[in-house]
Design a protein around this ligand. Structure first.
Ligand SMILES: Nc1ncnc2c1ncn2[C@@H]1O[C@H](COP(=O)(O)OP(=O)(O)OP(=O)(O)O)[C@@H](O)[C@H]1O
Ligand SMILES: [Mg+2]
Length: 447
């Protein structure tokens, strides 16, 4: 009567067995369960209900003076209990709280799933597999990890993946961007301060190391710390304790450290900008995250991944990337690595009016690296053969461009007969196939 008066839908069950059937049939949002019942008692029903649906919140109704059983029920998974005789107010308040709580936890589950996909490491290239293997080995330990790699390759993502797969996953992952915090604030950020310890310290602040206690601290851009900060960080790593600024008290912390940098630390040491002893502290397990140009195989998957995410985030219709577009994206020199690729995909998804993204929709500079055109246009091939230096930044790129242009030229001369070409340029056929694959060279279609 109480429930119906409040506009809840209510299904009654006269025994434990009836209750189990009703739950299976009705899938209720909440169950109210008496403890003392004929036949199967409430505790037994509770256990069986948990087996049917673990997330169903069960509120026990305990008779007067039966608190011990009620406590036992909570241990067995009941969410709350109500004392007899039932007061209508207590019933309604309890119900509201429980429903709100289970709404929150299902929301939480959804968010977690969404977050997981946000932090998914996409890719299957050998280069990325090496990284993942190192992550798998390092994650379960407390060892300090040093992530090295260019800007935008995914160092932060790798750091989060290590934390998520570590025994500390339920604790905090605290990120500190050492490059973004002004010199005069970084110590108080890292170690905290007491109220009044310096001008402007109007409130006490808990430092990042303390926040990360029992969890993981991610020292991003660690190569950008000043010598003074480096010395202090070194101390924390050695002693596993911090001192807030303006306090003589030391606080024990248990933190796992992951550091990242896009700088060459050994060079920085040589220049006297980075402490060698700190480097050795951090460099326990170095993991190099390779740039995108060393794992171009991952690009189609990454494009799909970012296209899907962008569509979800911006409420857009998903778009297909046609093979020629993917090809060009794969060939392009992504100086900003995955971050740049991701931005490009996002832009394409938002700005392309048609349902699929074709090579013509790509910005000119990306299109320029597109192979089919270069092959189809003899002039372009000839020009590249003459001066492959155009557009090549590094020596490596120059060599690749020259080799590619040379191969295309020879293949044309031999009418795309691979065996003959291989013989003529004196290389094993298998090697030529490998090169074709590597440079994405495809036979041009006449006409
Ligand atoms: N393998 C991957 N799969 C999916 N997304 C990735 C992958 N690697 C990187 N990303 C995405 O690319 C972007 C850049 O990655 P991240 O911030 O981790 O790079 P970073 O190495 O820390 O760069 P920086 O040195 O500039 O700070 C992020 O949005 C990240 O989610
Ligand atoms: Mg980063």
């Amino acid at each position: 009567m109480i429930l119906e008066y409040e506009d809840y839908q209510f299904v009654g069950a006269a025994s434990g067995q009836e209750a189990l059937d009703a739950v299976r049939r009705e899938r209720p949002d909440i169950a109210l369960l008496d403890i003392k019942m004929p036949g199967m008692d409430g505790m037994e029903v509770l256990r069986r209900l948990r087996a049917v649906d673990e997330s169903l919140p069960v509120v026990m109704i305990s008779g007067h003076g039966n608190t011990a059983t009620a406590v036992e029920a909570i241990k067995a998974g009941a969410i709350d209990f109500l004392d007899k005789p039932l007061s209508s107010e207590r019933v309604i308040v309890t119900l509201r709280n429980v429903l709100r709580q289970s709404e929150l936890s299902s929301e939480n589950r959804d968010l977690k799933v969404a977050m997981e996909s946000r932090y998914e490491l996409v890719g299957q290239s050998p280069a990325l597999r090496n990284v993942l293997e190192a992550v798998t080995r390092a994650a379960p330990t407390n060892a300090t990890v040093l992530l090295l790699g260019e800007s935008g390759v995914g160092k932060e993502l790798v750091a989060r993946t290590i934390h998520r797969n570590s025994p500390r996953a339920a604790q905090r992952f605290v990120q500190v961007n050492c490059a973004a915090i002004p010199e005069e604030l970084i110590e108080s950020e890292l170690f905290g301060h007491e109220k009044g310890s310096f001008t402007g310290a109007t409130e006490k602040q808990v430092g990042k190391f303390e926040q990360a206690d029992r969890g993981t601290i991610f020292l991003d851009e660690v190569g950008d710390m000043s010598p003074k900060t480096q010395a202090k960080v070194l101390r924390v790593l050695q002693e596993q304790e911090v001192e807030r600024l303006g306090s003589a008290r030391t606080i024990k912390v248990d933190v796992r450290v992951i550091a990242a940098t896009n700088k060459d630390l050994e060079e920085a040491i040589a220049r006297g900008e980075f402490r060698e002893d700190l480097f050795f502290r951090l460099n326990v397990i170095p993991i190099v995250v390779p740039p995108l140009r060393e794992r171009r195989e991952d690009i189609p998957r990454l494009v799909q991944h970012f296209a899907k995410r962008t569509a979800e985030e911006h409420n857009l219709k998903p778009k297909r990337f046609d093979p020629t577009a993917l090809d060009a994206l794969q060939r392009y020199r992504w100086r900003g690595n995955i971050r740049e690729l991701r931005n490009a995909v996002e832009r394409l998804l938002i700005m392309t009016p048609s349902e699929s993204v074709r090579v013509d929709d790509l910005p000119a500079e990306i299109r320029a690296g597109e192979p089919a055109r270069a092959i189809a246009d003899p002039e372009v091939v000839a020009r590249a053969a003459e001066s492959p230096a155009t557009g090549a930044g590094t020596l490596r790129e120059f060599k690749d461009a020259s080799e590619r242009a040379y191969l295309v030229q020879k293949l044309r001369e031999n009418n795309w007969n691979i065996s003959r070409t291989a013989e003529l340029i004196d290389t094993p056929r298998s090697n030529l196939y490998k090169k074709l694959e590597q440079y994405g060279i495809k036979q041009e279609v006449d006409g």
